[in-house]
Design a protein around this ligand. Structure first.
Ligand SMILES: Nc1ncnc2c1ncn2[C@@H]1O[C@H](COP(=O)(O)OP(=O)(O)O)[C@@H](O)[C@H]1O
Ligand SMILES: [Mg+2]
Length: 318
């Protein structure tokens, strides 16, 4: 229902930051977008929302939602035309909530924008119930600073749901939360996705979170998607060496190693991305063909794809 086709996000008169990214998200499905910090995850999501900062622009590709082309539609145009209904939740709710307005006023304001004919107060109550905030009457009268981090993130999700989005984009929504609270918020997102038959783009640098939550995974490196797969085959047998290296970095409680694995080197900056495979300078499998020219797409038997000359786990290649 959301179809992202080969989008490129560029700095005006500068390098490309997102370099031809494509994916689909179906209703009721969670796509986990994972990659190191700086790989272009947030700029991909802002491009989908029509919210790129002024220094950046969507220079190629298309975004369609429910058959409507929303590629260059600003958020207010989407509200007016009643198409491209997406909403976004960010890492730090305090930067999105207004510190001097009570929770009720902030949710009701969102309701008035999207449902002008609805009575805002009961609808706000209903939204808070949907995100399982206990004692809604009391919480509605609170100011943001009176709530815990987890509760604030639930309020942000409630505000996001006010537009009845077909797609919810969550950009590292649990990164700032304690592990137990993180689990509750992940459970809530899964539950909302199922109940509202809503697509979710869940962005994280944490492969462990993706394993718990996502149906499908897209792995991003230096502005490109290097691997796409259903979650189960991805964790059983990754094809791309970068995905494999990320998995090797996950903490393993059964291992006796005192030192955690890391990927040597660092990700290239936009404008300094090497020719050929962008991961080749850090890849232990890289050979001559990886250093220049186009990279082929390797396909696995479970429908997984990876941009790689020499994929891992050859036994699962189609
Ligand atoms: N306004 C901007 N002007 C120039 N470069 C930017 C701007 N915003 C972000 N970038 C660059 O875009 C790249 C991707 O950023 P981002 O999407 O935020 O990464 P991620 O969310 O994966 O950590 C980074 O290298 C960052 O430095
Ligand atoms: Mg980010």
């Amino acid at each position: 229902m959301l179809n992202v086709d080969n989008i490129v996000v560029s700095v005006r008169n500068g390098p490309d930051i997102v370099r031809g990214v494509s994916f689909r998200i179906e209703p009721g499905e969670i796509l986990g977008l994972v990659g190191e910090s700086g790989s272009g995850k947030s700029m991909t999501s802002l491009a989908l929302m029509g919210l790129l900062p002024p220094a950046l622009h969507l220079s190629a590709g298309s975004i369609t939602q429910d058959g409507a082309d929303v590629t260059h539609l600003a958020p207010h145009e989407r509200v007016r035309r009643k198409c491209g209904k997406m909403a976004m939740v960010f890492q730090e709710p305090m930067t999105s909530l207004n510190p001097v307005l009570r929770i009720a006023e902030q949710i009701e304001e969102a309701v008035r924008v999207h449902d002008p004919d609805t009575d805002a107060s009961p609808r706000a109550r209903e939204l808070l119930d949907m995100v399982r905030i206990p004692d809604t009457a009391h919480q509605m009268r609170s100011f943001p600073h009176e709530l815990s981090g987890g509760m604030r993130q639930r309020v942000m999700i409630a505000i996001a749901l006010a537009c009845r989005p077909q797609v919810l984009i969550a950009d590292e929504p649990t990164t700032a939360l304690d592990v137990t609270v993180q689990l509750q918020v992940l459970g809530l997102i899964r539950d909302l996705c199922n109940r509202l038959d809503m697509g979710v783009l869940f962005i994280t640098h944490d492969l462990g979170v993706v394993a718990q939550l996502a149906d499908r995974v897209a792995v991003m490196y230096a502005g490109s998607l290097v691997e796409n797969a259903d979650v189960e085959p991805l964790f059983r047998a990754p094809l791309h060496p970068y995905t494999g290296a990320l998995m090797a970095c996950l903490p393993n409680p059964e291992s006796d190693d005192a030192v955690m694995a890391t990927i040597s080197g660092s990700a290239p900056r936009p404008g300094a991305i090497p020719p050929g495979c962008p991961f080749s300078p850090r890849c232990s499998r890289a050979q001559q063909p990886c250093l220049s020219g186009p990279v082929p797409c390797a396909r696995g038997v479970a429908g997984q794809t990876a941009m790689c000359h020499f994929p891992l786990n050859e036994s699962v290649l189609a």
